[in-house]
Design a protein around this ligand. Structure first.
Ligand code: PHE
Length: 347
């Protein structure tokens, strides 16, 4: 066979090979065998110098035509194989299957309520402050005017870490720290955080969350305390909620009050439409949600503020209690069991 026929015979040879090529990998190999730098075409073209000079241009033209044809054949086969692969993927893909959404966590209901309450007070100008959960007796009790024999200072009620070191029983120590840091009024802080008490039953857990607030200035009055808490209650529980104060006692406030809001289930009626007693307020029409009062002069003295020239109010609430009322949750333990069926309802 002369060189030209050998060249032309590459075309049917390639066609025959391609007919048997089932995969793209095989196709790559065949492409190299025919068109590669050491492939059949290149080998034949290497014979060019052996030809008489007059025949070389014609041979070169044929060689180029053959090369174009071979390349086209390979590419055509490649398109076909790619298409086939695509089809086989599609055959295995069921577009009617429901998609798998990535699992997304949600904020814990306690976190949500804490954030909501903090937002309400921040909008009124209070700053959010924080402090350590392990506190000394000074910040947790002494500066807050607890007498040495107060029951809260007893091992029965408080979790002691060491002599004179406790897990804070309320977030009030943050208020002492805030006053000391600022050195003089005005002070307007809210203190959210975890607190610890030696309590564990249906309605108490050894750790729970509190938000306390403190406003100190030169002429803060009881009326402002009432206005602030009424505003808070209406924002969190609804605009027609009523607020009432009952006399109470805390070592760090004088006078002290318990703050109730009108029951959010029976709207303060104390009973349901059918005359039966409301189960949320137990027929009283009121729900206790806060402790509050005017800052005791002894607390000001403990932080070096002049009790004659400044006054202030403080309040504290349990976040779990607010969350239970807000969402109608009846079992405190649900907050701590981390059952996803419960938690994902607050997304
Ligand atoms: N610290 C009190 C408690 O833990 C709550 C409170 C704060 C009461 C501020 C009055 C004023 O129960």
């Amino acid at each position: 066979m002369d060189l030209t026929s050998s060249l032309e015979s590459l075309i049917p040879a390639l066609e025959a090979s391609l007919r048997q090529t089932a995969s793209l990998d095989e196709l790559d190999e065949i492409q190299v065998a025919f068109l590669g730098r050491k492939g059949s075409l290149a080998r034949l073209m290497g014979c060019l110098p052996e030809l008489p000079a007059a025949e070389r241009p014609a041979f070169g033209r044929i060689a180029n035509t053959v090369k174009e044809r071979l390349t086209a054949l390979v590419e055509e086969r490649r398109r076909h194989l790619v298409e086939e692969r695509e089809q086989s993927y599609l055959a295995r893909f069921d577009p009617s299957l429901p998609g798998r959404a990535p699992w997304q966590g949600t904020l814990h209901p306690i976190t949500l309520v804490m954030e909501e309450i903090c937002d309400v007070f921040q909008a009124m100008g209070f700053e959010v402050a924080s402090g350590p959960e392990v506190e000394t007796d000074f910040y947790n009790f002494e500066a807050l005017n607890f007498p040495p024999d107060h029951p809260a200072r007893d091992m029965q009620d408080t979790l002691f870490v060491a002599e004179g070191v406790v897990l804070r029983t309320h977030t009030s120590p943050i208020q002492i720290r805030a006053m000391l840091e600022r050195a003089r009024p005005p002070v307007a802080v809210i203190a959210p955080g975890k607190v610890y008490r030696r309590d564990s039953d249906l309605t108490h857990t050894p750790m729970f969350h509190q938000i306390e607030g403190l406003l100190v200035d030169t002429r803060v009055t009881f009326a402002e305390l009432r206005g602030t808490l009424t505003m808070f209650a209406r924002q969190v529980f609804g605009s027609d909620v009523a607020v009432r104060f009952r006399p109470s006692f805390f070592p760090f406030t004088e006078p002290s009050v318990e703050v109730d809001i009108s029951c959010i289930l029976c709207a303060g009626e104390g009973q349901n439409a059918d005359g039966s007693a409301c189960r949320v307020c137990k027929g009283t029409g009121w729900l206790e949600i806060l402790g509050a009062g005017m800052v005791d002069p002894n607390v000001f003295s403990a932080v070096g503020y002049d009790p004659e020239s400044c006054s202030g109010f403080a309040f504290g609430l349990g976040v779990e209690r607010v969350a239970m009322l807000k969402y109608g949750i009846t079992d405190l333990r649900m907050f701590f069991e981390n059952d996803l069926r419960f938690l994902t309802q607050f997304a």
